[in-house]
Design a protein around this ligand. Structure first.
Ligand code: C2E
Ligand code: MG
Ligand code: MG
Ligand code: MG
Length: 286
């Protein structure tokens, strides 16, 4: 409580403590603003989804797209996930927000299907820790698929390595439910956490996504190159496909192609784009 904090600050008569109390107060205020803002954003429809293409390295075809959330805050422009996802996660608002993303993406995919557009395009949606740990996440996903007429195989769910490895037994159960439905599953930001290989083997996964921190210097840093090669080999020996994120240059792509990486995603191919720009990109890329 700010008043108490200020009172005690006065009591203590120390400037640094007063400063500290003020800091706490304004940070709490910021958080409150964002939390209220996020609630309002959902009600007022301020969220938009951008799509970033994913390319099959061998054929050069766009085989998928990752759905990435943006917040268009009136008067302030676009807010990126790094500035609101952590608060959404902390407050639990990520659950309704994530639900909105999933529904929105499934509706979009269904529209494309009905128009006969991009039939082979699978859309990847990020699942947050809170969402993944929800009691009835598989049922929630299944319900959205049913209500939107989106087929499970059109959808891929990305879960980060740290989330599945936090409690692997529970994660295995959830992953099996989702996989049985026919939804594709991938591990996001692979290499940044600690994976138990015995669990990795038991999870019904389709793909590993190599974190972009390993890709950035892959052509100049021998350690990063070794890690990327090892992840590709690991994925293939587990019969998983492997996709590299953060592919920004032709050199990155050449390296990854030489190492038999299956797919790539990154600025070199295309940035995350609003839906109309993405549709244009897809028509041009054929
Ligand atoms: P992520 O799932 O690992 O997504 C990839 C991030 O890398 C995206 O950042 C994307 O714009 C960025 N990126 C793609 N290619 C390149 C590249 O070549 N170079 C560089 N430097 N960056 C690249 P973004 O869109 O800011 O999203 C950040 C994170 O926020 C995502 O990381 C994901 O963890 C989270 N996020 C985004 N949308 C959602 C969502 O709908 N739900 C949840 N739970 N999390 C989301
Ligand atoms: Mg992702
Ligand atoms: Mg990622
Ligand atoms: Mg990442």
């Amino acid at each position: 409580n700010a008043d108490t904090a200020m009172y005690r600050a006065k009591d203590a008569g120390r400037n640094n403590f007063q400063f500290y109390a003020h800091e706490m107060n304004s940070r709490a205020l910021d958080r409150l603003k964002t939390e209220t803002g996020l609630r309002r954003a959902l009600e007022r429809g301020e969220f938009v989804v951008h799509y970033q293409p994913q390319m099959d390295v061998a054929t050069g075809r766009v085989i998928g797209a990752e759905a990435l959330l943006r917040w268009e805050l009136p008067g302030q422009g676009m807010v990126f996930p790094a500035d609101f996802i952590p608060i959404a996660e902390e407050t639990g608002l990520i659950v309704p927000i994530g639900q909105w993303v999933l529904r929105h993406v499934c509706e979009q995919k269904r529209k494309w299907h009905d128009a006969g557009w991009f039939p082979d395009l699978r859309i990847a949606v990020n699942l947050s820790a809170r969402q993944f740990k929800q009691q009835d996440i598989a049922r929630a996903v299944s319900q959205v698929l049913q209500e939107t007429g989106c087929r499970p195989e059109w959808l891929e769910l990305e879960i980060t390595e740290s989330v599945v490895m936090e409690s692997p037994e529970a994660a295995a159960e959830t992953l099996h439910k989702l996989s049985t439905m026919g939804v594709h599953l991938s591990i996001d930001d692979f290499g940044t956490g600690y994976s138990s290989l015995s669990y990795l083997k038991r999870f019904p996964l389709d793909a590993l996504k190599i974190d972009r921190s390993f890709v950035r210097d892959v052509t100049v840093d021998a350690d990063d190159a070794a890690i990327v090669r090892a992840v590709i080999a690991l994925a293939h020996s587990l019969k998983l496909s492997v996709i590299a994120e953060g592919v920004e240059t032709a050199d990155h792509l050449d390296f990854l192609r030489a190492q038999q990486c299956d797919a790539v995603q990154g600025y070199h191919l295309g940035r995350p784009m609003p839906v109309d720009k993405f549709e244009h990109f897809m028509r041009e890329s054929k």
